[in-house]
Write a protein that binds this ligand. Structure first.
Ligand code: NAI
Ligand code: MHF
Length: 297
């Protein structure tokens, strides 16, 4: 595959891309969020993961903390990890009580077999329960490089079905993608989403600055492309595995590529593409990285 030459960084495009960024935290990251709060713009969306090693109390407490600290919580709901309809209603009810139900991210969930009645995120949308608990906007997953356990055509059908189901229920949709190191598949995937008539805002998953070993570990776990050429293009070599790799090159390259692709920019449209930072245990480091990139570039 011909290695594409990097377009020259386009500072204005990079600043446009990174504004209104969102961050991700796990149920264990409340202390980290408190430590990082002064460096995160008020009203920033903070996604709260729904992992196997968290419980209801941790997830609600994390969403409440994000709300109380002046941010917009976006709790994840993992369809396959829900034990029953009651489980879903309890979680939504608790989120509504703490003012954290307005924005949700629904996802299939990693279990190979559902632990309850919901086998995919569309099933959650189709319960018709979301708006009953005050949900107004629903995030759904996107996979520029595919998913190790799911066929490409199933991912595209799911994206189209969820978009249609959300529109039918008067719920706003947004797409958050799996993280990537290579911008080419991301730009191509965005073009295909738009070509399929899906206009929802897209937040491109971006790895926050984290140890290279940790990043490669998550990439392997989640089926994200990380071969030698890609990681070199991303800006870290396979030799200095101990270094911290910040997403400077990924952000600048993606912004420049999107600026080249952009159809005639109609500035009345809301920003259609933004960034979602996976913090991987480094919430403070990620918040600091975003602030420095935005201030100094
Ligand atoms: N993007 C993110 O931040 C996250 C992504 N995920 C992963 O993405 C997967 C897909 O989630 P969605 O995009 O919501 O897809 P989805 O729930 O809309 O499902 C798309 C299609 O893939 C199947 N599917 C879903 N999860 C599966 C699994 N774990 N194994 C095999 N087939 C599965 C579904 O039956 C459906 O046919 C999740 O299952 C999980 O592995 C999980 C958590 C966060
Ligand atoms: N297929 C798939 N499954 C996922 O669960 C998933 C994705 N993709 N895409 C990215 C997001 C981000 N995910 C995560 C997972 C763990 C941490 C994390 O920070 N974990 C802590 C403790 C270790 C742990 O709980 O696993 C850490 O310090 O790394 C963050 C984001 C889960 N997500």
């Amino acid at each position: 595959m011909a290695t594409r030459t990097m377009p020259a960084p386009n500072r204005a495009a990079s600043l446009e891309l990174i504004k209104n960024f969102s961050l991700e935290m796990t149920g264990k990251d409340i202390p980290a969020l408190i430590e990082a709060k002064d460096g995160i713009p008020p009203g920033t969306r903070i996604n709260v993961t729904f992992l196997g090693n968290e419980d209801l109390e941790m997830r609600v407490a994390a969403a409440k903390a994000a709300r109380d600290l002046g941010f917009i919580p976006v709790p994840h709901v993992s369809a396959r990890r829900l034990k029953s309809k009651g489980d879903l209603e309890e979680f939504l009810g608790r989120l509504q009580e703490v003012g954290a139900a307005e924005h949700l991210f629904v996802v299939g969930g990693d279990p190979a077999e559902p632990e309850g009645p919901y086998r995919d995120s569309l099933a959650l949308v189709n319960t018709g329960l979301l708006q009953q608990y005050g949900v107004r906007e629903v995030g759904i997953g996107g996979y520029p490089e595919g998913h190790p356990d799911i066929r490409k055509e199933d991912l595209w059908r799911a994206l189209e079905d969820k978009s249609a189901a959300l529109a039918a229920q008067g719920l706003k949709a947004s797409i958050i993608t799996q993280f990537a190191f290579d911008t080419a598949p991301v730009a191509a995937w965005i073009d295909e989403v738009r070509a399929r008539g899906i206009q929802a805002p897209i937040r491109v998953g971006t790895p926050g600055p984290a140890g290279v070993k940790r990043l490669l570990g998550f990439a392997r776990r989640f089926g994200v492309g990380a071969n030698a050429m890609i990681v070199k293009k991303y800006g870290f070599s396979l030799t200095n595995l101990m270094g911290d790799a910040g997403p400077d090159r990924f952000v600048n390259d993606l912004a420049a590529v999107l600026a080249d692709h952009a159809p005639r920019q109609d500035h009345h449209l809301p920003a259609q593409v933004g960034l979602h930072f996976y913090t991987f245990g480094g919430l403070l480091a990620t918040a600091n990285w975003v602030r420095h990139f935005t201030e100094e570039g």
